[in-house]
Design a protein around this ligand. Structure first.
Ligand SMILES: [Zn+2]
Length: 84
């Protein structure tokens, strides 16, 4: 991954939760949506967030621990080069 791509992923991951909650403005929503289509890692993160939101809405008390671990691993992976 290039530094520019990592920066995009980082920005997207920061906006992702608000995007999924419908709280971002239109340009940001368009940017996030475009990135999610192109970036497998961020797409996976978006699915994970949605799964957590669904679990919370459905009244489940224990959010999938695996999903949370995946999210943390994703956030960590952004700070590390892919091919180290
Ligand atoms: Zn990404």
């Amino acid at each position: 991954m290039s530094p520019a791509e990592i920066a995009r992923c980082y920005r997207t991951s920061r906006a992702l939760q608000r995007y999924l909650d419908g709280e971002v403005d239109d340009p940001t929503a368009a940017r996030v949506a475009r990135h999610l289509q192109r970036c497998r890692r961020c797409g996976l993160q978006a699915r994970t967030y949605r799964a957590i939101q669904q679990a919370l809405r459905s009244g489940s008390r224990d959010v999938d621990e695996l999903a949370l671990r995946r999210l943390r691993a994703f956030t960590r992976s952004l700070a590390e080069p892919d091919d180290a």
